[in-house]
Design a protein around this ligand. Structure first.
Ligand code: CUA
Length: 174
């Protein structure tokens, strides 16, 4: 659904760009004195600048409160810590069962090459992901709202059996 919408929007943008290029290419032979178009072009430029500025400010103000960093700083009292190690080609996860509604901190690393630790819900939509990197521990915090069986898939091509690097995570009602 989202994928289809993204495809349609991308196609529409490509067509719009192609149309604009053609329009400019066909009109390239027309000549007009610069002084004549200057007032109009200046007005269009000012309007665009003001509109983009307003849009930028609105989008920034609207999305800044959604930044996860302030909440990620505080360590909740009841935090479930889960160690995750990726290796060619399996996941070693310290807990197979997790409680819903309680924050989880996945401490994600790798014992060989880079892997992508991605958690998918039952509809196979990504709910959270982090890189599994040798020599680093990446902390991924997530609170599972809904109980169920979640799938862990590797999101980073890591060799021949990358596609089979799967695991499951059971989230129990709290
Ligand atoms: Cu591990 Cu792809």
């Amino acid at each position: 659904m989202v994928q289809e919408m993204a495809w349609v929007v991308s196609a529409a943008i490509v067509v719009a760009f192609a149309a604009a290029f053609l329009w400019i290419a066909f009109g390239a032979g027309d000549k007009t004195a610069y002084e004549k178009i200057l007032p109009k072009a200046g007005g269009v430029r000012r309007t665009w600048f003001a509109a983009l500025l307003a849009l930028g400010v609105a989008v920034t103000a609207g999305t800044l409160p959604l930044m996860p960093y302030p909440t990620a700083q505080a360590t909740p009292a009841a935090m479930q810590a889960v160690t995750v190690t990726g290796k060619q080609w399996s996941w070693e996860i310290s807990a197979k069962e997790i409680k819903a509604g309680v924050p989880v901190e996945f401490r994600v690393t790798s014992s060989d090459v880079n892997h992508g630790f991605a958690i998918y819900d039952s509809k196979l939509q990504v709910v959270a992901q982090a890189q599994a990197m040798p020599g680093y521990v990446n902390r991924l915090r997530h609170t599972f709202a809904a109980p169920g069986t979640y799938k862990i898939l590797c999101l980073e091509y890591c060799g021949l059996v990358h596609h089979d690097m799967m695991a499951e995570l059971v989230v129990k009602p709290n």
